[in-house]
Design a protein around this ligand. Structure first.
Ligand code: ADP
Ligand code: MG
Length: 288
């Protein structure tokens, strides 16, 4: 069980996190929020790489403030920008992380390294230098190293960035499998990453946790607010409260999907919301 209690972080004058309270149990928890919301700050603190300005995080009752070394061994972390020495190979990187995580038995470490390289489909590249790798391949090494040492909590900061659709699917399947007996915290600004793999979701906006709910509850935020139809002339030019989700030109008319509290124009039909609609309704359309 992971407990985040009253966690705050201030960088000089800037409050990046304000009193975050959150509990994460087994499974995949999605942390969603626009760029600059504080996702990476929260994750760096949880990974014990940075001290909070206030509050605490407890991993199975151990505090990041009082037992950072012990906590570090219980956590696997993929930073948003995963940099490694270009001369190293995936085997060397994973082996090193295994040592840091306390896997002292060499044979056991070797088995874990080959297992996780297989899971991210890099077995055939295991002995090649990182400098020859594409961004997506480096990212996969980063995902594999986060799992070394069988951590209780896996923290993945925007793991899908740079992955192609096939790699995303592989990651989704890997997380679904691992989420059965581990806690996985995954951050993203891409709503579809959450939709396909998470059950619970937290939304950060400007350092505040504005939602802690299930994926379905987030979707329901836009219930009764998504409309579609052929737009009458003058509507697009005089938008006040409504948010245009997408437009499409059909012959000489414009067809639009709109987020609006009430029927936005004559002939508009109400639609079932997607998760992205729910997210935008929650943020008040401020990311558009
Ligand atoms: P996210 O990961 O959600 O994009 P970050 O945690 O990276 O958000 O950043 C949150 C806020 O804190 C942003 O406004 C960012 O500019 C600021 N910030 C992040 N790191 C630092 C730092 N080292 N020094 C000062 N401000 C920072
Ligand atoms: Mg970030």
């Amino acid at each position: 069980m992971i407990e985040i209690r009253n966690l705050s972080k201030t960088y000089k004058q800037h409050q990046a996190l304000s009193s975050i309270n959150l509990q994460i149990s087994t499974g995949i928890f999605g942390l969603l929020g626009p760029n600059g919301a504080g996702k990476s700050t929260l994750m760096r603190i949880m990974a014990t790489l940075m001290k909070p300005s206030g509050g605490d995080v407890l991993i199975d009752s151990l505090s990041i403030n009082t037992h950072p070394e012990k906590v570090r061994k219980m956590i696997g972390y993929l930073p948003q920008h995963f940099h490694v020495y270009p001369q190293l190979t995936p085997i060397e990187i994973l082996d090193y992380v295994g040592v840091m995580k306390g896997v002292t038995n060499k044979k056991e470490r070797r088995e874990q390294v080959s297992h996780w390289l297989h899971e991210v489909n890099l077995t055939s590249k295991a002995n090649e230098k990182m400098k020859t790798f594409s961004h997506g391949m480096k990212q996969r090494v980063g995902i594999a190293q986060a799992f070394m040492g069988d951590p209780k909590l896996i923290i993945l900061d925007e793991p899908t960035v740079g992955l192609d659709p096939e790699e995303r699917l592989r990651l989704r399947n890997l997380l679904s499998k691992e989420g059965l007996n581990k806690s996985i915290l995954l951050s993203t600004h891409v709503v579809t990453d959450i939709e396909s793999s998470c059950f619970e979701v937290g939304v950060l906006q400007k350092g505040t946790l504005i939602l802690d709910a299930t994926v379905d509850q987030l979707r329901e935020r836009a219930c009764g607010k998504v409309w579609e139809g052929t737009v009458p002339s003058g509507y697009l030019e005089n938008l006040a409260e409504d948010t245009i989700l997408c437009t499409e030109h059909r012959d000489k008319t414009i067809h639009a999907r709109v987020l609006a509290e009430e029927k936005p124009f004559h002939g508009a039909k109400m639609l079932e919301p997607t998760l992205e609609d729910g997210y935008l309704a929650l943020l008040g359309g401020s990311t558009l």
